[in-house]
Design a protein around this ligand. Structure first.
Ligand code: MIC
Ligand code: SF4
Length: 641
């Protein structure tokens, strides 16, 4: 049997385990990336490991999330990140240089290598043929210290692309179609590997749009082959030497298959409030739109923004629409500026932002109350924009630009002849905003602002757990529910005591106070608990509030790993009907915990309020059990040393 692409890369990087789907494996990590909102914690954790220099082939620290400096906090964090990067051998991409995933694709991504990033959209690198995986900051810190990354061997899904996209239909519509078919939990435990004749019709940035938003499937990652299109992109980035050909074997086998005929796709949107609520633009119809936002790591490429500029050229944004544009990287921004495209955007009335995540993470540009915003981003979870009752639709740049002109959701096929933006033969290369680490690290002083508080560490797991069900929630709870982001809360990312006061604030704003008053307790959840971002704050802050365990119907991959890393038990109901038999406020207890954990997969939980008991599963490997017993990965690593 021939190997698919995923197996080939894993085989080349396998440290322990067998490549049997569902079994634990560990792989060597070649490159890491962090961003500022997860980076401060990741580097504090790395520092605690007392390794003098990163052991990866390449590690890059980006500043792209917390760029709105409404107080000293974010600026202090930037200085911390810059100095600690210089000291430990890490490249530092300065604020304004662009969104981590976009810049990494342009300047650092390498086919066939592994990339671990403390951001859930790290799979963007799959567009260039990398095995690129998102993880919590602590896992990335371990990888920087030379440790392998542990994961369950994923199932590999063959996504066969046939034919060619019709005019005005784009890569965004392909990934929206995949989301429509598979849902936000359809990718859990899987990697999507794209193949077929349609692959060659897609540029690297288009492929990256697809692998980027594959994160919304809950997939481990997504990947495209490295072919002549990849070669041309790397050549245009003046990195021809980084190219290798990487294709699946002709007789490669896959665990599952999916076929998409590109010629049958139409412009689509994801309707509020989930990336898988996908509908055709033509079906949704001309609903009134108040804001259009273009950018993010999903749709920020040169071709994306040139398409927008062409649509807007010589026209004016609708008087009732606010159009904001954040180019994904300084490279893209400069290329727009050196052509007439930036002038066309400005002249049409666009509000141009710096190259950063910006509105995608609620860092400014929150829409008006109850209004509709069409965005080229990847997530439309309720409240993420900063406005709880806003209705967010996700769409391609062409849909967004057409909508900005008309003031209503618009199918770009009504605009007439489509625009072809050829891939430039060479991009503008200027890496001066990427700082090289110091040659004299002993002379570098790490700058720590007053908002950077020491890392809280959990205690070893006691043999008996008792506590109240502090909150019971339904299916598909996102990490944006658990640990909100946005301009007000994000500056607290380096200060766990302060940020913990915002846990579950949009679901129940009495949660944090209640958790602290009761001395911690349990959370009960439905399916796909913790979907979305990689932010370990969604585990770290609940840990700080005393949360001991989460009992859910199922978990999202990264969040489950983060809970384990911070010593919180992730338990699933053996019988889902038991979810209904628990109520918020019930007192639960688990006795003989150590024995129960180490002698089988199931545990008995007593509901002391109702006088009943029920079974839960832990599904933890022996290594994870040891981590939980130690009170988290940091303690476990220290104990081992
Ligand atoms: C996101 O898109 O939700 C973020 C903000 O990039 C997060 C990381 C974070 O919360 O810092 C992610 O996707 O992992
Ligand atoms: Fe930034 Fe948004 Fe991409 Fe997250 S999804 S990395 S916030 S642009």
């Amino acid at each position: 049997m021939g190997d698919n692409l995923v197996r080939k890369i894993i085989k080349n990087h396998l440290v322990t385990g067998e490549m049997i789907s569902g079994q634990e494996i560990a792989i060597k990590i070649d490159q890491t990336l962090t961003q500022d909102a997860t980076g401060t914690m990741a580097y504090l954790q790395f520092e605690a490991m007392e390794v003098p220099k990163v052991k990866t082939k390449l590690s890059v620290s980006y500043v792209d999330h917390n760029t709105l400096q409404t107080g000293f906090e974010n600026a202090d964090d930037h200085l911390f990140l810059q100095t600690i990067a210089s000291k430990y051998g890490i490249y530092f991409s300065r604020p304004g240089n662009g969104i981590c995933h976009q810049v990494h694709l342009e300047r650092f991504g390498k086919p066939g290598e592994t990339l671990l990033g403390s951001d859930s959209h790290t799979p963007t690198g799959g567009g260039i043929g990398m095995l690129a995986i998102g993880a919590g900051g602590l896992d990335v810190a371990v990888a920087m210290a030379g440790g392998p990354f542990y994961l369950n061997m994923p199932k590999v899904v063959k996504v066969e692309l046939r034919g060619k996209l019709s005019p005005w239909v784009s890569a965004k519509d392909i990934i929206l179609e995949v989301l429509r078919r598979l849902s936000v939990k359809g990718g859990v435990g899987k990697v999507l590997e794209y193949t077929g004749s349609g692959v060659a019709t897609l540029s690297v940035p288009e492929r990256a749009t697809i692998t980027n938003m594959g994160a919304e499937l809950g997939a481990t990652t997504s990947i495209f082959p490295s072919d002549h299109v990849t070669k041309a992109f790397l050549q245009a980035q003046n990195r021809a030497g980084d190219w290798i050909e990487l294709l699946p074997d002709p007789d490669a086998e896959y665990d599952e298959e999916l076929t998409i005929d590109l010629s049958e796709l139409e412009p689509m949107v994801a309707a509020p409030h989930s990336p898988d609520a996908v509908r055709k633009v033509s079906e949704v119809g001309p609903i009134k739109v108040n804001q259009v936002a273009i950018g993010s790591c999903t749709n920020s490429s040169y071709a994306d923004l040139m398409t927008v500029a062409h649509i807007l050229k010589g026209k004016t944004v609708h008087p009732e629409v606010s159009l904001v544009i954040a180019p994904g990287s300084r490279q893209v921004y400069e290329m727009l500026a050196r052509s007439d495209a930036l002038a066309d955007l400005i002249s049409a009335g666009a509000r141009i932002l710096e190259s950063a995540c910006g509105p995608c993470i609620g860092m400014g540009q929150s829409p008006a109350s109850g209004s509709v915003s069409v965005r080229t981003f990847n997530r439309n979870f309720q409240g993420r924009s900063g406005t709880q009752d806003a209705q967010i639709y996700l769409a391609s740049p062409a849909v967004a630009a057409a909508t900005a002109l008309n003031g209503v959701l618009t199918d770009p096929r009504t605009l007439g002849e489509a625009i072809e933006i050829p891939m430039p033969e060479s991009f503008i290369i200027d890496d001066r905003m990427i700082l090289v680490p110091s040659k004299n690290p002993e002379n570098v002083e790490i700058r720590r602002g007053p908002n950077i508080k020491p890392l809280p560490v959990n205690k070893p797991l006691p043999d008996q757990l008792e506590g109240e069900v502090l909150l019971q929630v339904g299916d598909n709870i996102t990490t944006d529910h658990i640990m909100p982001a946005g301009a007000k809360v994000l500056p607290l990312r380096s200060n766990i005591p302060a940020i913990s006061q915002h846990v579950f604030a949009s679901v129940d704003n009495t949660f944090a106070a209640r958790a602290q008053e009761k001395g911690g307790g349990f959370i009960v959840g439905g399916h796909n608990y913790g979907q979305g971002s990689s932010r370990e704050h969604a585990a770290l802050a609940p840990m700080y509030l005393g949360i001991k365990g989460v009992i859910a119907k199922s978990f999202a991959r990264i969040h489950r790993a983060n809970l384990i890393n911070f010593g919180i038990l992730p338990l699933t109901f053996a019988d889902e009907e038991d979810y209904e038999k628990i109520a918020q406020g019930d007192k639960l207890s688990i006795i003989d915990l150590h024995k129960q954990l180490t002698t089988g997969n199931s545990l008995v939980v007593n509901n002391d309020t109702k006088g009943t008991s029920f079974k839960v599963l832990h599904n933890l490997t022996p290594r994870f059990i040891d981590i939980i017993l130690a009170g988290g990965l940091l303690n476990y690593t220290k104990n081992k040393a």
